[in-house]
Design a protein around this ligand. Structure first.
Ligand code: CP3
Length: 349
């Protein structure tokens, strides 16, 4: 059997006997062993910057489930912090950010920001050394627009303030996006050199954008990141996740040289097949709420997804991350259906 990880074969455009599988947020609060590990860190940011703990969190779901890929345990908000903006997490409420620093000042921090993220490189190296060769390791960063929404609004929100900012202060937003493109490209280059074999851009808030705005603040920055990463000689495939882009997903896929396009819950069978026919590998789009709900509806949807997309390059995944209160048995059942391999019990149970 080929040792090239199934995930990388799929991203290389191969149609496989079964799709590789991994889940967004497969590490994290749905696992009791994660909740136990989490109590040992003072705060979430410190956890992400501790290679020993972050590597352990990355590997936890790999021990339990026969996933074909691990995703490094980190967060999209580590970049604003590395650029000098304060970031913290309020228990039960999510991320909070301090005032947006002066953009020219942040531009001067781009080079130093990569060094401030070196712990994530160490995490990747540790995980790659422990993971079986047939299982791939994914590195990631947030899409510049999504990260900018948090930097502008100071928290997760409906993004109205950030979208208004895009119209009222276009030069300022473009300058901020340039800083994020440059720091993100350097960060992804560092991740690839540290062991990441595929790179994912999480543009989680790509919804509700007018076409011209989408082209300017999503497509342009994604193209620029990939151009910089390729110019550095990094060949790892990219997965772009323009979550919520709806009808603009195909515009995205045509314009951005990603190997894979991650689809959200709404993606139609037809859309996925058109993307495959256009040369893209697709990933997604199982509803994370259905994964949590379980039962015959989940089984039926898994069969539908496998039937509609397995004829082309396809990576089985969710349309968004695993919800913290998802029963482990539901995850185990889906992974076993796709891989034919059972999950294992771990000591924490
Ligand atoms: O397993 C994986 O997918 C890898 C790890 C990962 C995390 N965050 C860990 C995390 C990844 C890929 C992310 C990406 C991320 N972070 C996104 C994009 C993906 C998406 O879900 O749309 C976004 C928008 C963020 C920002 C962020 N980080 C939010 C909104 C929150 C709060 C969520 C909450 O429910 O508290 C986080 C914190 C976070 N990131 C947690 C984890 C496991 C929970 C924090 C904890 O354990 O205390």
């Amino acid at each position: 059997m080929s040792e090239t990880p199934r995930l990388l074969r799929a991203l290389g455009g191969e149609t496989l006997d079964r799709p590789p599988i991994w889940f967004m947020r497969q590490a994290g609060r749905s696992l009791p062993e994660y909740r136990e590990l989490r109590t040992r860190a003072t705060d979430f940011i410190a956890f992400c910057h501790n290679p020993e703990m972050a590597a352990e969190a990355t590997l936890q779901p790999m021990r339990r489930f026969p996933m074909d890929a691990a995703i490094v345990f980190a967060d999209i908000l580590l970049i604003p912090r590395a650029l000098g903006q304060e970031v913290w997490f309020e228990a039960g409420e999510g991320p909070r950010l301090g005032e947006l620093p002066d953009i020219t000042r942040m531009a001067g921090e781009v080079e130093a920001s990569t060094g401030r993220l070196s712990a994530i490189g160490e995490t990747l190296a540790r995980v790659r050394a422990e993971l079986e060769p047939e299982r791939a390791l994914i590195g990631f960063a947030g899409g510049p627009w999504t990260v900018a929404t948090y930097m502008i609004e100071g928290r997760g929100s409906n993004r109205e303030a950030a979208r208004t900012f895009a119209y009222e202060h276009p030069e300022k937003l473009d300058a901020l996006l340039r800083v994020l493109v440059d720091s993100t490209a350097r960060y992804l280059i560092m991740q690839a050199r540290s062991g990441a074999q595929a790179l994912k851009i999480f543009e989680s808030w790509a919804e509700g954008l007018a076409e011209d705005v989408f082209e300017r603040i999503v497509i342009g920055p994604h193209r620029a990141i990939i151009e910089q990463v390729r110019a550095a000689g990094v060949t790892a495939p990219f997965i772009g996740f323009p979550r919520g882009a709806g009808a603009l997903v195909e515009t995205y896929a045509r314009a951005v040289p990603v190997e894979g396009v991650a689809l959200d819950t709404q993606a139609s069978a037809e859309l996925g097949r058109r993307l495959q026919a256009g040369g893209k590998t697709i990933q997604g789009a199982l509803d994370n709420l259905l994964l949590r709900a379980g039962g015959p509806a989940l089984d039926a949807r898994v069969e539908t997804l496998l039937a509609q997309w397995s004829g082309g390059p396809y990576i089985f995944n969710l349309g968004h991350g695993v919800m913290p209160d998802t029963p482990i048995a539901h995850i185990a059942r889906v992974v076993e259906r796709v891989t034919g391999k059972p999950a294992k019990a771990v000591a924490a149970e």
